[in-house]
Design a protein around this ligand. Structure first.
Ligand code: CP
Length: 334
């Protein structure tokens, strides 16, 4: 039984087939691939796009989605083994995942890091535990990676460049300012899919402290070796933006400062100028800009960038619907 926890677990032909199916769904939105089937959407964190697109996507394919928010409208869950459960949690993942598997044909999970200890968060315990105990396929709705966003982004680029072959495109993943330290999930994912697609990737970030976890840098290196693309790190916006075909922005917290965010703040605040603006975009090769959203205007990117014809963030957000329908259809009918 196959899960969708990370794109790296899927072969390139399998990912390509998902993208082809997503394009079919974009042309013709209704289907019966989930007729009589259901998906449990388990959200430990807020969402606009993910929740809406999964609920409506399941409906459009004849299925039904149930949303659960543990600790709000569902019981708080314990994930550690051997724990004396005399705290907040009312039930254990060993029961939760198996019970949901008796009701639903798919389980999907959003669980962000706790932002206190990266060595703990990088184990992805919530998602891994669902996958361990579930007897139906599990989908990652964003934990420490965001694979659904990866496919939506890849699809938007394929549409923009009018080709499924993105090899040789100059791709810049830029850190951008945000007042709070955010999840590295989308950055990990952007690096993963851009290298997987064979692009020439620059990771632009303020200092070496903002380089991503070695697991994802390693995946990117593996992908480069296989795809023939390239990967380099830059701390100079002018250098990175010059000649870029794609600029993808995300803010994230520096891993060495995990749990000591007050010490990271001065570094973060000194790099507000990393905000994506029209002057930086003018350095590109008539490049496109995108972001996973939500985005704080005039903090992460200017109004001018967000409203420019080269901004494809809305197309990418729409594509979440199509790629996720392809993922649900593939997993529910394997
Ligand atoms: N990009 C994304 O996952 O959006 P939401 O957090 O609104 O679901």
């Amino acid at each position: 039984m196959k899960h969708f926890l990370n794109t790296q677990d899927w072969t390139r032909p399998e990912l390509d087939e998902l993208l082809v199916q997503a394009a079919r769904f974009k042309r013709s939105k209704l289907g019966d691939q989930l007729k009589g089937k259901s998906i449990a959407l388990v959200f430990f964190n807020p969402s606009l796009r993910t929740r809406t697109s999964f609920e409506l996507g399941a409906f459009q394919l004849g299925g039904h989605a149930v949303v659960l928010q543990p600790g709000k409208d569902a019981w708080p869950i314990e994930f550690n083994l051997g724990t004396v459960m005399d705290g907040e949690a009312e039930e254990h993942i060993a029961e939760v995942a198996r019970v949901l598997s008796r009701y639903a044909d798919l389980i999907a999970v959003r669980a962000f890091p706790k932002f206190q200890d990266w060595s703990v968060d990088r184990q992805d315990t919530v998602l891994r535990s669902f996958a361990k105990y579930s007897t139906v396929p599990v989908i990652n709705l964003e934990t420490i990676t965001h694979p659904c966003q990866e496919l939506a982004h890849a699809m938007a680029l394929q549409e923009h460049f009018k080709t499924p072959d993105l090899r040789g495109k100059k791709f810049v993943l830029t850190w951008t300012y945000h007042p709070k330290p955010l999840n590295t999930a989308v950055a990990n994912s952007a690096l993963t899919i851009a290298t997987r697609m064979g692009m020439d990737v620059t990771l632009l970030c303020p200092t070496p402290d903002y380089v991503l976890d070695e697991r994802y840098m390693g995946w990117a290196a593996d992908n480069v070796a296989e795809s023939g693309g390239s990967l380099r790190i830059s701390h100079d916006p002018t250098d990175a933006y010059t000649g870029a075909d794609v600029v993808y922005a995300k803010s994230w917290g520096a891993l060495p400062y995990f749990g000591r965010w007050d010490q990271e703040k001065p570094i973060r605040d000194a790099h507000k100028h990393f905000m994506v603006d029209e002057a930086k975009m003018a350095l590109t090769n008539n490049g496109v800009f995108s972001h996973c959203l939500p985005l704080r205007r005039n903090v992460k990117a200017t109004d001018g960038v967000m409203d420019a014809p080269y901004c494809i963030a809305i197309e990418e957000a729409e594509n979440r619907l199509h790629v996720q329908k392809a993922i649900m259809a593939a997993l529910a009918n394997q």
